[in-house]
Ligand binder design. Structure first.
Ligand SMILES: NC(=O)c1ccc[n+]([C@@H]2O[C@H](COP(=O)([O-])OP(=O)(O)OC[C@H]3O[C@@H](n4cnc5c(N)ncnc54)[C@H](OP(=O)(O)O)[C@@H]3O)[C@@H](O)[C@H]2O)c1
Length: 313
């Protein structure tokens, strides 16, 4: 049982950050949100409201700031990859003090960005499996009956990671501490990349992809698993395909939802990162490359995807 409750900053009070902030606040943790001005104003005046299949309806007061000004024990980073650099400009390392920084973004490359800004002994990789959506400023809809968090760090002391997990667990969150940060991040990406790239490319839910784009689905899964293995994470493609076959046919990816809404997507952090790692390790990933490049082309021609950031070759 943790001795005292850690204070928390949540950078990006959206689907993931809003949910976690509300759950921590409900448990009594002091939480400050680092948010954009309009969202900060909404949070400060009306608090945070979460409708959750797992936690019930939560309404908590919320204190939001445009820039972190004082130290916290843990800083959860829950912006999309396309906003990461700008958001981190609002979290000066000297203001954070010696608190842990836990990104919950999908992808793998954000760890390098975080370790460039914060002392490496304070940076802990995180991954969350959840379906939670920002429906408005300070209003979150958590539709999955679970929210599974995994944490691991190659650079932070294990006892601090264990203490972090104890804090999150005591607040009511399902948390697992893993030994291997690389495995944690790549296992998530091997499931997400085929799902996101194919559903977005097909502009259709996973059931359609399984039926009509089976060869591409199997090829991308195989390629991403080969890259993961070269990066140091052994993931069985058959296991990933089994998971993709086991979810409801109506499932969409958040990349697809973002593309449909003409919002920025995480294509570069997901598909681009796989291709950059493939190139580094000398792995061929032709089907993944074709999909990523076609999605990038669509974005630049304005047909379905918006800003994608860096080149993905
Ligand atoms: N949502 C899920 O179910 C889910 C599941 C697993 C993993 N993930 C991953 O978690 C990460 C976050 O996803 P999400 O769905 O929670 O995104 P989201 O709902 O779009 O929330 C992102 C939040 O970041 C805020 N933000 C953007 N720029 C900012 C800045 N410069 N300063 C401060 N705040 C800023 C946004 O502010 P505004 O509210 O003002 O727009 C928004 O509240 C992504 O990498 C995603 O892939 C999400």
């Amino acid at each position: 049982m943790p001795e005292s409750q850690w204070s928390a900053a949540v950078v990006g009070p959206g689907g993931v950050g809003g949910l976690l902030g509300a759950v921590l606040a409900r448990a009594g943790h002091p939480v400050v949100y680092v948010a954009k001005p309009d969202t900060a104003a909404a949070l400060n005046s009306s608090g945070l409201t979460v409708r959750s299949v797992q936690f019930g309806d939560l309404h908590v007061p919320a204190r939001a700031v445009p820039r972190l000004a004082g130290p916290v024990d843990m800083c959860l980073v829950a912006v999309k990859s396309t906003s990461l650099d700008e958001a981190l400009d609002s979290v000066p390392a000297e203001a954070l003090g010696d608190g842990l920084v836990i990104p919950l973004l999908n992808g793998v490359e954000h760890m390098t960005a975080l370790r460039a800004r914060f002392p490496v002994a304070q940076v802990v990789a995180g991954a969350i499996r959840v379906e939670s959506t920002r429906v408005g400023a300070g209003r979150i809809s958590h539709t999955s009956p679970f929210s599974w968090i995994e944490v691991a760090s190659d650079t932070a002391p294990r006892e601090r990671v264990d203490a972090l997990a104890a804090q999150l667990h005591q607040a009511g969150l399902d948390v697992t501490v893993r030994d291997d940060e690389t495995a944690l991040l790549w296992e998530k990406l091997t499931l997400l990349a085929p799902l996101a790239l194919l559903t977005t490319h097909a502009s259709a839910p996973l059931g359609f992809v399984r039926d009509q784009r089976r060869a591409d689905l199997e090829a991308v899964t195989g390629e991403v698993c080969a890259v993961a293995a070269a990066a140091g994470a052994r993931v069985d493609p058959a296991t990933i395909l089994g998971m993709l076959d086991g979810v409801p046919a109506s499932m969409k990816s958040s990349m697809q939802r973002d593309a449909e809404a003409n919002r920025s997507t995480e294509l570069d952090a997901i598909g681009g990162a796989v291709l950059r790692a493939a190139r580094r390790h000398g792995i061929d990933a032709p089907v993944t490359a074709r999909l990523v490049n076609e999605l990038r082309t669509r974005s630049t021609s304005g047909t379905g995807l918006s800003t994608l950031g860096r080149s993905a070759e």
